[in-house]
Design a protein around this ligand. Structure first.
Ligand SMILES: Cc1cc2nc3c(=O)[nH]c(=O)nc-3n(C[C@H](O)[C@H](O)[C@H](O)COP(=O)(O)OP(=O)(O)OC[C@H]3O[C@@H](n4cnc5c(N)ncnc54)[C@H](O)[C@@H]3O)c2cc1C
Length: 411
């Protein structure tokens, strides 16, 4: 197996920390422990409404406190593991196009050189040059639509004197400043981690404006960038319905494998990689039929569940800021909805939400519609045909697409 990566090895991985399930990484790499100093616990978290009047605070216990790890040691563990298992690593090599006769993928063009192989695993990220250049006949979605990805900027600034401050250290601002997206400001021991994420590309002026505003409200934020200070793209949508074809399989961000509400993609990417490897090894084939098993299993295990979360997220993006503030103040949207995929769903909780939400039926029914729509979308994903045949897979894809709730509110 050969891996082509456009960057140099030492440039790989963002210069910031991620939250994910450490046990999944340890299981996949076979390591017993993470490198020293590579990770830490994150502080308590507070979700803040667009009008700044309501906050939903999450106080973690020792058992459930979020853990975060620097991206570079994470990438190093994965690269070392790949190398240990015989993967040939080629850095500073750009994958340009898939090689195809319109029916199957037989290789890739890397820096103008044709390379033939049995299986192309597309892990080139949200705007993959492979996926966007697949033949239309494959029916694999090529480009994300507005609302499908977050354009993010993230920087860790030095931290000045913080003594006397008693607030929750990790603040997440939804529909921040009335804009479609979120921002966060997380005060750490030595730094202040600021993230600005929007569904439209970020202009430099907008980033500067928000950093200045955060400095005013969090005056302990310094001027020197200690880590990050650059942009990234985060898929925040359902996964690709069809992510495989004869000789081709997408994994990770290339197949939009994140949780739409929070953009977490590391767990899902690692799990999908493992699933794909097991499927191909077991069947000793990369035929459309075999790869479809991976495609379907991914949806049954993870895709249907995460897709549910997209409709709620998009219904919130379609509301005006005052609508989101209303839902916050009335606890129609709660921390559990924001952190996961609508887990707080017992009847008592739902009745309470209904009673409070009906104080403004317009906003309430919009978000309720999002939750109901999410359940339908999830069910459609879980109905993926058991066995691959072109016609039934495409019909199923149409049924999935019918349930998608799009972002319609303009900027
Ligand atoms: C600001 C930010 C914060 C995030 N926080 C979290 C978090 O806390 N937890 C979490 O789980 N997820 C988080 N994510 C999402 C997470 O980064 C992704 O889901 C994950 O990295 C997906 O991995 P991937 O390998 O599929 O894609 P990527 O990490 O995008 O890797 C794609 C690789 O392909 C290379 N490449 C691209 N095009 C080419 C080409 N043409 N030829 C050769 N190589 C190419 C790129 O250089 C890159 O190395 C965050 C993302 C961002 C931007």
């Amino acid at each position: 197996m050969t891996l082509y990566e456009k960057e140099q090895r030492n440039q790989l991985g963002h210069d910031w920390e991620d939250r994910f399930t450490f046990d999944i990484l340890l299981d996949i790499t076979g390591e017993k422990a993470l490198p020293e100093d590579a990770w830490r616990f994150r502080g308590d978290c507070s979700f803040i409404s667009p009008d700044y009047n309501t906050s939903i605070d999450i106080h973690y216990t020792d058992e459930n406190r979020q853990k975060i790890m620097w991206r570079k040691p994470l990438i190093n563990m994965l690269i070392d593991n790949a190398e240990k298992h015989g993967v040939k690593l080629c850095f500073e090599k750009t994958v340009n196009y898939p090689l195809t006769d319109g029916k199957k993928i037989s290789g890739v063009i890397v820096d103008s050189q044709e390379i033939y192989c049995d299986l192309v695993i597309d892990a080139l990220g949200a705007f993959s040059a492979l996926r966007t250049n697949l033949p239309d006949s494959f029916c694999i979605e090529k480009s994300p639509e507005r609302g499908d990805v977050f354009y993010a900027y993230r920087a860790y600034f030095d931290r000045n004197d913080y003594s006397g401050e008693t607030g929750i250290p990790f603040e997440v601002y939804l529909c921040h400043s009335g804009e479609q997206g979120l921002s966060w400001c997380c005060t750490n021991d030595e730094s202040v981690d600021i993230l600005i994420g929007r569904i439209d590309p970020l202009e430099d002026d907008l980033i500067d404006f928000h950093i200045k505003k955060f400095r005013q409200s969090h005056p302990w934020t310094g001027n020197s960038v200690l880590h990050g200070g650059h942009r990234g793209i985060i898929p925040v949508r359902r996964p690709l319905a069809i992510m495989t074809a004869e000789g081709y399989a997408a994994v990770g961000d290339s197949a939009f494998m994140t949780t739409p509400m929070n953009g977490m993609g590391i767990d899902l990417s690692l799990l999908a990689g493992k699933l794909l490897a097991e499927t191909v090894i077991k069947n000793e084939s990369a035929s459309a039929q075999v790869l479809w098993q991976y495609n379907r299993d991914y949806h049954l295990l993870y895709g249907a569940q995460t897709a549910k979360n997209e409709s709620l997220k998009n219904s919130l993006l379609n509301l005006p800021p005052e609508g989101v503030s209303f839902l916050f103040s009335q606890r129609v949207v709660q921390a559990s909805d924001l952190a996961g995929a609508g887990r707080n769903m017992n009847i008592g909780t739902l009745l309470g939400k209904f009673r409070r939400g009906m104080k403004n039926p317009g906003y309430f029914f919009k978000v309720l519609g999002g939750i109901i729509n999410g359940a339908k979308l999830s069910k459609a994903f879980a109905d993926a045909p058991e066995v691959y045949d072109e016609a039934s897979v495409r019909n199923w894809q149409k049924k999935v697409q019918k349930q998608v709730l799009k972002v319609t509110r303009a900027k």
